[in-house]
Ligand binder design. Structure first.
Ligand code: ARG
Length: 572
């Protein structure tokens, strides 16, 4: 890919002048201002300063060393020492010819694939999944797909919350108040009802609380009846989670719940004590981070005063298991921003427990989903919004829109389209914003046919498909070269060439919204191209080249949307 080829040549030129330099930070990026060039690097400025050189002079020396005549116009030096690159039309054309032949789609798979573990979704047993879990599911799945597209090995792991003190209350509820019929109708709703019922009773009546503790201890000690009920609660919950994953088209390689690590927890705490990392404080085992600026005031408990391990202990055992099983170079956790402190503690603790472990530990957190009123997204009566109902409503709204626009399409096809558009709209709304900002859930915005939305991009894709339907049996000629005589053709071609770069940025910063923005711009550039450059009315080479541009745009759009976890449709 051109930016990588440029980058490699640039790094070689730097090395020729400054041997032994770490050139991994000498990067080539798309130029923010097209009038200066197509690609740019600002890395030479810092490098020169670190080596006590004059940045502009250093830049000039690098340019002298640099042989990029095959793909670029003469390189220009700007400002304090930027280099600007402008691609030659022949280079653009070569890349397009290769892509049209199916040799590549403007990205390159990693020369040295990495192993990455991604922990996402991770809902809790006996509680319905809510809109926060969908954001983790959608973001995590999209990241996994981008890593895989670029050739990395990914292990996805759903860290289900299937252990903890809540099971004491749930067991009391199950034994004393279970409504079997309600359980058959909606197991998670019934378990949630039981939990709330007993939870309130515990506040009012100490003897209920004592019973809940007793049931919990029995469960922890392996009581057969309690274990059976607990397993049933897990099975019922997982069944309902799987229904949602099925609808969203989301998969996991592993679903190792918290309980998978129970046998290891005591060993973890013992090791932390032996290594002098944890110490006793008021009966609990606690880790203090005295030399850690951000965590100084936030010690982590790894064993409560009643002897029980907790979320942190489980996560330590989990991370150890991941390291031993898969030797990943990176572990990514996708949860909402409220868990930042937990992960800071976990990562700092793991560094002390296993110094030199060599893994990049990455908490990919996201903001809240808000209602129109700017408050956390809830139903009118203040209940948490259920995921399944939300997905139903998305499909229904999309169906209404499709039926209005295309009443003549057969019913089955309208339903298919509505599913793709409705679910796509929800997914895209979760993906397209800066993940760390809160976002306001709004049906009209996410289902709009204009703007950076799923319906807009899906529609752009159907327009390209319809061009090829009109062609009928005419076969697509593979151009030997692309003239790109019109400005709009060049802009579109250059944007296509940037696909690989944006994919790399997505995994570098764990931000799928970069890919959303890229696709949105691609659809825009395609629109301008299609408006000003006749395709079906053109003839000969021009026709073949423009058709190929349409086809490549369609392929990038489709690959991009599918990599984000969306389905596409040929008609809308
Ligand atoms: N079950 C947790 C929750 O719903 C999320 C777990 C995230 N993953 C982890 N390894 N801690 O909040």
């Amino acid at each position: 890919m051109i930016h990588l080829a440029l980058q490699e040549k640039l790094q070689q030129a730097v090395l020729a002048l400054l041997p032994d330099t770490d050139v991994s930070t000498v990067l080539v990026r798309p130029c923010p201002e097209p009038k200066f060039g197509d690609y740019q690097t600002n890395a030479l400025i810092g490098l020169a300063k670190r080596n006590q050189l004059n940045p502009r002079e250093f830049a000039a020396q690098v340019v002298e060393q640099l042989d990029v005549d095959d793909c670029c116009e003469p390189v220009t030096i700007a400002g304090p020492g930027f280099l600007n690159f402008r691609l030659k039309i022949e280079a653009l054309s070569d890349s397009l010819v290769g892509a049209a032949k199916g040799e590549h789609l403007f990205y390159r798979t990693a020369a040295e694939p990495r192993t990455v573990v991604i922990d996402y979704s991770s809902p809790n047993v006996a509680k319905p999944m809510h809109v926060g879990h969908i954001r983790s599911t959608i973001l995590g799945y999209a990241l996994a797909k981008v890593f895989r597209l670029l050739g990395h090995k990914v292990v996805t792991d759903n860290h289900i919350g299937d252990w903890g003190t809540q099971f004491g209350k749930l067991l009391v509820g199950w034994k004393e108040h279970l409504d079997k019929e309600a359980l058959g109708r909606d197991a998670l709703a019934e378990m949630e009802r039981l939990y709330k019922l007993v939870n309130t009773a515990c506040d009012e009546d100490e003897t209920v609380l004592a019973r809940a503790r007793e049931e919990l201890v029995k469960l922890q000690d392996g009581d057969a009846e309690n274990l059976t009920i607990w397993r049933e609660m897990i099975d019922l919950s997982r069944h309902q989670f799987d229904e949602i994953y099925g609808r969203l088209g989301v998969k996991f390689d592993e679903t190792l719940g918290e309980s998978f690590y129970n046998d290891r927890l005591k060993g973890v705490v013992d090791e932390l004590i032996d290594q002098g990392i944890a110490e006793e404080s008021e009966g609990a085992q606690v880790v203090f981070f005295n030399d850690h600026k951000a965590l100084k005031k936030h010690p982590a408990i790894v064993q409560k005063s009643d002897g029980a391990a907790n979320y942190t202990t489980t996560d330590l055992a989990t991370l150890e298991h991941r390291q031993n099983s898969w030797q990943p170079s990176e572990v990514i956790y996708v949860t909402d921003g409220r868990q930042q402190l937990h992960f800071q503690q976990l990562f700092a603790l793991y560094d002390r427990w296993k110094p030199g472990h060599g893994m990049k530990l990455n908490h990919v957190w996201f903001g809240a989903i808000l209602g129109e009123d700017g408050r956390p997204f809830k139903t009118r009566s203040g209940e948490i919004i259920r995921l399944s109902g939300l997905l139903d409503e998305a499909e229904q709204r999309a169906l209404d829109a499709v039926s209005k626009k295309n009443p003549d399409l057969p019913e089955e096809e309208r339903h298919d389209i509505a599913r793709v558009v409705g679910l796509g709209a929800i997914k895209y709304a979760d993906l397209s914003g800066n993940r760390q900002s809160d976002y306001v859930f709004n049906w009209d915005t996410m289902l709009a046919l204009v703007g950076n939305t799923a319906p807009y991009l899906l529609y752009a894709f159907t327009r390209i498909r319809s061009i090829f339907r009109k062609l009928g049996a005419e076969s697509l000629n593979r151009p030997e070269s692309f003239a790109l005589g019109q400005a709009e053709e060049q802009v579109l071609a250059k944007h296509l060439l940037r696909f690989g770069h944006v994919l790399e940025l997505v995994i570098e910063e764990s931000r799928p919204n970069y890919l959303c923005n890229y696709l949105y711009e691609l659809a825009g550039h395609f629109g301008s191209f299609y408006e000003s450059c006749p395709v079906l009315q053109a003839e000969g080479d021009t026709r073949a080249q423009r058709l190929a541009l349409c086809n490549l745009t369609g392929q990038v759009l489709q690959t991009g949307l599918e990599t984000l976890g969306l389905e596409t449709t040929d008609r809308m």
